[in-house]
Design a protein around this ligand. Structure first.
Ligand code: HEC
Length: 112
């Protein structure tokens, strides 16, 4: 029963998330930034390498992203890249959070 309710709630959040989503330039709270840094290193890092030098996923170092626009990179993070292992992160991440991640990657990642 509890599991059923959980699945139902997750479903509602999933459907409702885009409606309540903040615009892409919304500032990210300090506590959420901490979670995103952890996520970048451990979740994204599991494919892209903890130092973003690449692995199963392509390198996400500033020089690798230099020729690509923020919009393009944010879209890949939110929607994934079909036909490759890059998963979609929406609605786990909002557009504002994906933008923050791209800016963090452009600065050289979480340890900079
Ligand atoms: C299951 C493995 C996997 C995980 C986890 C993963 N990625 Fe990826 N990602 C990939 C692969 C593989 C590609 C390259 C796709 C291709 O061949 O075009 C990619 C591509 C990308 C690109 C496009 C790079 C470019 O040069 O065009 C970005 C940006 C990116 N990932 C960011 C992230 C972020 C941020 C996270 C964590 C929220 C993440 N990825 C998690 C596998 C992964």
């Amino acid at each position: 029963m509890a599991r059923y309710i959980l699945v139902l709630l997750l479903g509602i959040v999933w459907v409702a998330a885009p409606v309540f989503e903040a615009p892409a330039d919304t500032p990210i709270a300090a506590q959420r930034q901490e979670q995103l840094r952890h996520m970048l290193k451990h979740d994204c890092g599991s494919c892209h390498g903890m130092t973003m030098k690449g692995g199963l996923g392509s390198p996400l170092l500033p020089e690798a992203l230099a020729g690509k626009s923020d919009d393009e990179l944010v879209a890949v993070i939110l929607d994934g890249r079909p036909g490759t292992p890059m998963p979609r992160w929406h609605p786990l991440l909002t557009a504002a959070e994906a933008t923050w991640l791209v800016q963090t990657l452009r600065r050289g990642g979480v340890d900079q």
